[in-house]
Write a protein that binds this ligand. Sequence first.
Ligand code: R5P
Length: 299
Amino acid sequence: MNKIILSGRSNENLARKIAKFKGNKLGEVSISNFFDGEINVEIKEPVRGKDIFIVQSGCRPVNDHIIEFLLLADAARRSQVGSITLVMPYFPYSRKEKMSKPGEPISAKAIAHFIESIGVKKVIACDLHSPVLQGFFNIPVVDISTVELFTDEFKKSKVQNLVVVSPDIGGTKRARNYAGILKTPVAIIEKHRNIDQNDKMKVLNIIGTVKGKNVLLVDDIISTGSTIAEAVKLLKADGAKKIYIAATHIIAPEKVKDTLSNLPIEKIFTSDSMPITDEAKFDKLKIISLAKCIDSEIQ
Ligand code: R5P
């Protein structure tokens, strides 16, 4: 066995499922915190010369999970492993991939720099927020697309008279990918900010037709849930019939459970890029595992 899968503490269930595809158990690591909050890691089995895959998602507490990964990678490097691949289903700080104004960092670039400088030779991610992130690295970055995984599952609902909707202009390409597979038209929600004397107001418009149609609303990330909630409100006001949602990463499922479970929708398809506890689950939430797609990249 030349490949060993190690897991940080962010998403051990997913790591275990990935290892199972290889017929293996996870490699043994011990991770704990010191009194002051610093993280202590130890790889507890021989890894010299092996190809190491470290599974760590960018979920909360995000900064701890980044440091934890860097320490695991450093421990692996010092144990003279053959190679280190980072399996990071959700890439943290990915929404800050450019400077919007002077004085800001390009946070995603800084994270990419840390990862590469610790000796990682390859990154496997899922539905990166922007393809520019691949260019922040000088090593291969595999960006697994979940479009087929999600459309295969969605097709089981046999929804007719469908339009795929992006909740913002930035998600147009993603919506077009879904629409290409499902052979449907696309509509896009356009948001502008109007600053009127004291008030800041978001004006929403729909480019395309949703009236009388069933909708598949697709996004990469649900964080606070407000983008999706506003989009659903607008779509309903515009005469949409049944609404389904596909969103790869729900960053804090337990925090948005109330918002999402109370939406007038049929179903939300998401992945296990983030751990979703039993308490965070609800009837309309359908979780599709990324383990198989990730496994096929671990060759
Ligand atoms: C934005 O560019 C992303 O694709 C998501 O729409 C956004 O991150 C969702 O955030 P929230 O759930 O906080 O509205």
